[in-house]
Design a protein around this ligand. Structure first.
Ligand code: HEM
Length: 155
């Protein structure tokens, strides 16, 4: 594991990001854009699953929010790995980052399981209450955001 982390840190991309201020800032900004899209889209969807806006159609809402949230997660993961590579060995020792990655893994598995079970637009069993999914998703992504922001306070 140590060898993998060291190789990651010594990669050309990590070395470039360490020395290029604007490129690092751009990757950081793209990470925040990914987070904004992910949390900004999952939050209203989770609140809908928890029972808000009963007159709004769940499928229509999902059609708009699910693809944008998925893109946000992809962007956050790609840019997150780039940021991680810059100081891989140090970041790997941080409990808060490990917790963050565990919650992301949990959230990702939950999202995949939910969409496999209830359809990509959550319309396969329209009468089923998905409040538990909404609550867990809300908790997972807000906790991830919180852990991400905490990293800056412990390095
Ligand atoms: C594989 C996925 C991810 C990895 C490896 C990763 C890694 C990182 C790293 C290394 C930083 C820089 C920490 C620093 O030195 O200040 C960071 C910042 C941050 N991450 Fe992630 N991240 C990932 C996904 C996410 C996701 C999905 C979210 C939110 C839902 C998130 C939220 C944040 C936040 C809020 C910050 C602080 C940004 C700032 O204040 O500049 N991350 N992440």
């Amino acid at each position: 594991m140590d060898a993998i982390l060291a190789a990651l840190e010594q990669s050309a991309l990590a070395a470039h990001l360490r020395s290029a201020r604007w490129e690092y800032a751009s990757v950081n900004a793209a990470h925040i854009l990914g987070i904004a899209l992910l949390v900004g889209c999952t939050l209203p969807l989770d609140l809908k699953l928890l029972g808000l806006w009963p007159s709004v159609d769940r499928k229509m809402l999902s059609r708009v929010l699910v693809p944008v949230a998925a893109f946000g997660l992809l962007l956050a993961v790609i840019t997150g790995m780039m940021l991680f590579s810059v100081r891989a060995q140090e970041y790997a020792t941080l409990s808060v980052l490990r917790l963050k990655l565990s919650i992301i893994a949990f959230g990702f598995i939950m999202v995949i399981a939910t969409h496999l079970r209830y359809g990509i637009w959550l319309d396969r069993e329209p009468n089923v209450s998905l409040a538990h999914v909404g609550a867990m998703s809300l908790l997972a992504w807000i906790s991830t955001l919180f852990c991400g922001r905490l990293i800056a306070f412990v390095v």
